[in-house]
Design a protein around this ligand. Sequence first.
Ligand code: BGC
Length: 770
Amino acid sequence: MPDLTETDLAETVGRLTIGEKAALCSGADMWHTVAIPRLGIGSIMVADGPHGLRVQPNAADHSSARTSLPATCFPTAAALASTWNTALIDRVGIAIASEARAQGITVVLGPGVNIKRSLLCGRNFEYFSEDPYLAGTAATAFVNGVQSQGIGTSLKHFAVNNQETDRMRVSAEVHERALREIYLAAFEQCVKQAAPWTVMCAYNRVNGTYASEHHWLLTGVLRDEWGFGGLVVSDWGAVHDRVAALAAGLDLEMPPDLERSPAAVVAAVEAGRLDEAVLDRAVGRVLELVGRADAPGRREPREPQEQPEPCDFEAHHELARQAAAEGAVLLKNSSVLPLAPASGATVAVIGEFARKPRYQGAGSSRVNPVRVENFLDEFTARVGDQVTVRFAPGFELAGDEVDEDAADQAMSAAAGADYIILLLGLPGRAESEGYDRDHIDLPRNQISLLRRLRTAGPPVIVVLSNGGVVDVASWDADADAILECWLGGQAGAGAAAQLLLGQAEPAGRLAETIPRRLADSPAFLNFPGEDGEVHYGEGIFVGYRYYDARSIEVAYPFGFGLSYTTFGYGELTVRSSGSADAGDLEVRVGCRVTNTGQRSGSEVVQLYVGQQDPAIERPVRELRGFAKVDLAPGAAEMVWFTLGRRDFACWSTARSGWTVPPGRYEVAVGSSSRDLKLTAMIEIDGSTGARRPLDGRSTLEEWLADPDGRSALMRAAGSGSDGRPNGILADANRMRVSGNIPLRQFAVFPGTGITYELLDAVRAELGPPK
Ligand code: BGC
């Protein structure tokens, strides 16, 4: 049913029976929507996922363990976000869309934009960042890329799905301010800037209510506030009560609970418990989605069992390699990289990962890759015949026990070599969708091997593969260089070889902090919760916001990453116009970046903003912009950012809105959250926003802080013969001591000077609360 107008839509909905409507909102099977042939309504197919397609040819099959159709496995979100390169992420989205089109898929189930709250979340590899702006920007680029090709996306998991433990029931207990500033912000940005075709609700509960039945989230915030016009789909199996979910704003249940859901919906409409208009709206959204698949210029969706259309897997492999190379973060380099092995040199490549790469995570995002590179072959091919490459596995991936024989062989391979390249990381069993980690350490056998190899003599270059952050601080001193490759997709091994040899320039930056210890991390005492609840006790202080607020030393800060060249910063310019109150505040920030080294390279210029001496708790600084610039040696570029009101705002729960506290703000540019090269102060004027209405429950302090309240109070208290207040209001020290007592309570105590008569007089003067 191509190109639906609103009239077509209403007309089609009007021709459906209640049973057909209920069926349309429940899907046909694991991956398809329901077709209604008598009205020409087709069915569409959806598939995971965020870094490559997982099209299960058998519709009844959800299991990622069984083979899906071959697809390009791009770097996981953890690696993609570390590129800080939106154009590149956009291109990855375009490539995934072209594979989706070839395989008859209408909606790609990604990206996952949940915040990395705890280092231990088993699914951190599938998420972008600890920072909502970076996560939201990466998600926006991905969605724009995919959707530019006429393929839809599903922004997931809405919302506050930050752990795998008890994920289908746990209630994330989180205050609204943290929700707004941290957990919803990336969704908000992507919904407003990229309009994903669908949003997928989370499994968990949010403050006691299942996300799938959360009217405030799915309708109040998502649609009414942010203007989302697409379809809300459930996470697979997230619906508990189909009728409640529909009423909350969940349009499509996947997979369908065929035994119960359609019948329950029909019964609820017939009994008048569910307004048919609510069902009609959901049906309309399903029809619109199906209609988008048939939009002019699109081919008919094809069954995936058929031979897929050819797509350019070679080009996608190259793109996957480029993304992997840009997403790898060079953490340490004691002048050993880039390697330039002379003719006749020997390089020892140690570690089972060199021939059995770990390049993607486990669970619903698992791709059946078109092909997979391994480091040993890629490195050997790149150094050529003049260099000897010796290999030893060094350790097993199946267990953590130290295998002395394997370690001895590794020592022999390393003896007399010019360099040791040691591939370490998390084995597949260490992290997955479905469960969380309980520590961040690398397996014992790997660390023990590193310590032995350290004594062999040659410089040790560690190449890491892991989805979530691993401890680095405890062994950092035993490595001369460390390259963090995350889970870099099917071409990650070639990318790592290129980077070590200087055939590609390291340009990745950390999208998440690597702390010195797990115990330093923000959610340490509040993860993964107990008795079905997890308390987000750290509030807005997630990731670097926490480490900065507490001045905690970290191993490698958010935004950090080395290059083979160096950069200079200068000419910081900050110009502001408009006002926060009027909503047209605009701050232009510019700086000049120069490549001061001998090689080409890319710098990620990061812009942070932080209020000075805020009256309420606020992060020391927050990322509000970034730009990646490629510069030849000696070249310079002026980089510009535009900040608006929201960039200075925080969420006020009392006022139910974004407010900009007036005051001094530091604007800083730099190459990491802890390496700010240039800073400037700006003054943001404005009122503190609409005042809270004062009444008897307002404290003395609140009355005194409000100019009108203060003068009304003082006037009423001074209405005696000498005109001066008496009791507490005459005594600054007593006012301070009693400042947090609600005004009405004073009337109970004799001698305070605050009586019921005085309260009545003040109320009369101020009028009813506005
Ligand atoms: C995951 C989703 C995924 C869905 C379909 C769920 O278990 O949480 O991210 O898209 O399955 O495979």
